[in-house]
Design a protein. Structure first.
Length: 454
């Protein structure tokens, strides 16, 4: 069994036409990509492999900067034969490797890498952007015996699937305000659908938890807009699509909640370990295991035929004449009226809100605020200050929701520890639960004192 790690060079500069292709250095984006990818290669063991680099300046700078970021001093062997764009030449180079080299990292170029992957994999990788990283497991005892379809992908990570901020840089750069024949509702829902699918690789890579959060936001926003269309038109063709959207969003709900809680636990573990006792570390580990199980379930669904079919049907429906007609029945005036109705309802409910209200009453208002905010964004009916008010209210209710969920999680966890008779962990969890319950009470008081009008 051999392990082959491929790292395509980071983004290079073309600002000096006088330089040859061999001498082109990295640009700022390339250095930013390396800062994102270096910890990933280090964690995956790639920087402990035998490292070979093309003699192109951009490749040499890529691996040196990667090693510097990881504080690694692994030797790098530069080979001019790796400055190639040919799969055949790259494969010939691999065939010459000694069989004592079980792990090899190559820093090189496209299209040689993409063509090599097409040769080695049953399901080829469509494209390999700059600074992309692939970990292959090769079912061969010898490099000389390397032949087609012998590889399995252990990991495929790109800078835009490892960092939400990097992904959004790419999205914003590609964005444009081209004229469209579609109405505003259609345009927004198609954008949300495209965005959700674009976020999916980052969700599956599971390096930056913001991908899962934003993916869920896309689905919830889509569901809110689609359900509003259903409310105004009573058209039954939306029924199944709404059920599908809700199910897709529910799969990410617990993932997002666990991410928020784990992030909170990581903070207090460093700052307040003594307050809650040594059982806090075990609580963190146990919740991480639960999160991993939820992630596997989400990944399995995201790679299923059902998921692909649901998304294909939803996109086709959004582009259909049938949906255009529905949007025609849902004009801006109707949406604005509905949004005003929602805002008035929220203000009325908040005006009557006291600390004696049930938690579900606050959850109901939170959902109305989100729906009203999404509608206001769709119609453009609110000023920037009003939008800030929406965000502020949503943040307040969102924090209350998080505290409710965390208290429920801890309650279930304590019950489980009682059965397992783990006293140390149970004691830590009880102390933390008491603290969170107090925070929840305080948050409810803050909400009740808030200005009711959006």
């Amino acid at each position: 069994m051999k392990h082959l790690y491929l790292l395509r060079h980071a983004k290079s500069s073309c600002s000096k036409p006088s330089l040859s292709d061999l001498d082109r250095p990295l640009n700022k984006r390339g250095l930013r990509q390396i800062a994102i990818m270096s910890p990933i290669l280090e964690a995956d063991g790639a920087l402990q492999a035998n490292i070979y680099s093309s003699n192109a300046e951009r490749a040499r700078q890529t691996i040196q900067a990667t090693l510097t970021c990881a504080n690694s001093f692994t030797e790098v062997k530069t080979d001019k034969d790796l400055y190639t764009f040919s799969r055949k030449k790259l494969l010939k180079w691999l065939h010459k490797l000694g069989d004592d080299e079980n792990q090899v990292l190559i820093v090189g170029h496209n299209p040689a890498f993409e063509e090599l992957l097409e040769f080695l994999l049953k399901t080829p990788i469509k494209s390999l952007s700059t600074c992309s990283y692939v970990h292959l497991e090769l079912d061969t005892p010898s490099w000389a015996a390397l032949s087609p379809l012998q590889a399995k992908v252990r990991r495929l990570i790109t800078p835009t699937s490892a960092s939400y901020n990097e992904y959004m840089r790419k999205v914003n750069k590609a964005a444009h305000d081209a004229e469209s024949d579609q109405n505003q509702i259609q345009t927004n829902l198609l954008k949300l659908h495209k965005m959700s699918l674009g976020l999916l690789p980052g969700c599956l890579a599971d390096i930056d938890s913001e991908f899962v959060h934003q993916y869920r936001v896309c689905l919830r926003k889509t569901w809110s807009i689609a359900s509003m269309i259903y409310t105004l038109t009573k058209d039954k063709t939306l029924d199944q699509h709404l059920r599908n959207l809700k199910q897709h969003a529910m799969l990410t709900g617990e993932l997002r909640d666990l991410d928020v809680f784990l992030n909170y636990l990581s903070v207090i573990s460093g700052e307040e370990q003594g307050t809650y006792g040594e059982g806090l570390s075990q609580l963190y580990q146990d919740l991480e295991k639960i999160r991993h199980e939820k992630l596997l379930a989400f990944c399995e669904f995201a790679n299923s035929e059902r998921f692909l079919r649901d998304n294909k049907q939803w996109k086709q429906f959004l582009r259909s004449s049938e949906f255009e007609q529905l949007c025609g029945k849902t004009n801006d005036d109707k949406l604005t009226d509905k949004q005003i109705e929602l805002s008035d309802n929220i203000s009325r409910l908040m005006d009557n809100l006291t600390s004696s209200n049930q938690d579900d009453d606050l959850h109901h208002i939170r959902k109305l605020i989100k729906k009203s905010r999404y509608l206001s964004e769709l119609t453009g009916s609110k000023t920037s200050s009003a939008k800030q008010s929406y965000k502020a209210h949503q943040a307040l209710f969102g924090r209350f929701q998080d505290l409710c969920v965390q208290c429920e999680m801890l309650g279930r966890y304590i019950e489980l520890q009682t059965k397992n008779e783990n006293k140390q962990v149970k004691t830590s969890a009880k102390k933390l639960l008491k603290h969170l319950q107090q925070q929840k009470t305080d948050q409810k008081e803050v909400i009740c004192k808030r200005e009711p009008h959006l």
